[in-house]
Design a protein around this ligand. Structure first.
Ligand code: MG
Length: 379
């Protein structure tokens, strides 16, 4: 059976604020619409990807979205746009369609496969999530009543149907029905729910973009970051490197504890999630961070990474100095770093080098550190 995916992108999306239509905004560097277009295009069971564009933008969208096999003009209402998509799907020889909202970028391969499989025993299928929040209804006077949530679901898209069934359902549905699933159910069709996902939620408002960015992180592949830092020596008796006080004839100058190794690593992790640098999060102008242990900075960077949906793959720190000698302390420093990051030691590498007497490190004026970190979407 030939299968078409129809992405309905003809609406204006005005509720998500001004600026470009929401389907053109970027999430992890890809336009909202690219996410689902490419998910369909990459799926081996989808033969044709049809994009229903705003009527005035068909040419522009054809240029902009090469992953679509066909770009057709939408109508004034969602059901007119779905109809336009169905005409194109029929022309492509499809018997089955998956109809999807452009504003739901979090589509993955597993959901597409599950929907297509469900159609083997049902007339229609949709991703759905059970309602977990308490539900209340208010009447005209503002009085609250409880709604039992057993058996209640939030239904998402894509929704999969046999093409002819959906065509007939939309044709016969009164104008008041705008939902494909509802139109099909009216004909007594058997509908299956497959597992929905928070990622498949619809972007409606401006604030949904931040949330979606976090939710989509796991689909966006690994991220790499690098960091670099320098601190000068001043009179003292120990330097702090990776949280370890190493006896020395000087200490490192700085607003915090001047742990140059962890500063570079903090920047590498922040860099990997595109969250700025250590100075953005812990401004040296803020008295709060005077003498602060750099553990706090590193912990916060890792917390932000996890909040964004990532886990550390590995990290590699290089210390550049003539003194003190790093090697005797290396394993302790790796251990402490792994502990703060909440990972095993195998994911933390630490090296040291000199600059052969050249430059400020060669003159023993301070210590430089560089770090790289790679983050993977948390499973
Ligand atoms: Mg620093």
């Amino acid at each position: 059976m030939a299968i078409s995916a129809i992405i309905v992108a003809a609406g204006t999306g005005s509720r998500a604020g001004t600026g470009p239509a929401k389907q053109l905004r970027l999430l992890h560097g890809r336009r909202v619409l690219d996410w689902s277009l490419e998910a369909f295009a990459a799926h081996e069971l989808i033969d044709t990807v049809i994009l229903v564009a705003p009527a005035s933008e068909v040419e522009t969208y054809s240029e902009m979205f090469r992953a679509a096999d066909r770009v057709v003009a939408g109508g004034a209402t969602r059901s007119l746009s779905v109809r336009a998509g169905l005409v194109a799907a029929k022309a492509a020889g499809s018997e089955t369609v998956l109809v999807h909202d452009a504003a739901r970028p979090g589509l993955d391969k597993r959901t597409i496969t599950a929907l297509i499989e469900a159609l083997q025993s049902h007339d229609g299928a949709a991703p759905a999530l059970p309602v977990v929040d308490a539900l209340k209804r208010t009447d005209a006077s503002g009085r609250l009543s409880n709604v039992r949530r057993d058996g209640l679901y939030r239904v998402q898209t894509p929704q999969a149907f046999r093409l002819e069934l959906l065509e007939r359902a939309i044709h016969e549905a009164p104008d008041s029905i705008v939902d494909d699933l509802e139109a099909v159910e009216r004909l007594g069709a058997r509908i299956a729910f497959v597992d929905g996902h928070e990622r498949l939620a619809k972007i409606t408002y401006q604030e949904d973009f931040d949330r979606m960015e976090r939710l989509l992180a796991p689909l966006s592949g690994p991220r790499i970051g690098t960091g670099f830092d320098v601190h000068a020596f001043e009179p003292g008796d120990a330097v702090i490197l990776c949280g370890l006080a190493i006896p020395h004839t000087a200490r490192l100058q700085g607003h915090s504890d001047a742990d140059v190794a962890w500063h570079a690593l903090t920047d590498a992790i922040l860099g990997a999630i595109g969250a700025g640098d250590i100075g953005d999060h812990f401004p040296p102008s803020d008295e709060k961070w005077r003498g602060a242990p750099s553990r706090v900075f590193l912990e916060e960077a890792m917390r932000l990474a996890r909040e964004a949906g990532y886990e550390l793959g590995n990290c590699d720190i290089t210390l550049i100095c003539e003194v003190p000698k790093i090697k005797p302390h290396r394993e302790t420093m790796r251990q402490q770093t792994a502990e703060v990051l909440g990972v095993d030691m195998g994911r933390v590498s630490l090296k040291a080098t000199t600059t052969e007497g050249l430059g400020f490190t060669g003159r023993r004026e301070g210590i430089a550190a560089q770090a790289a970190a790679i983050l993977y979407p948390a499973q």
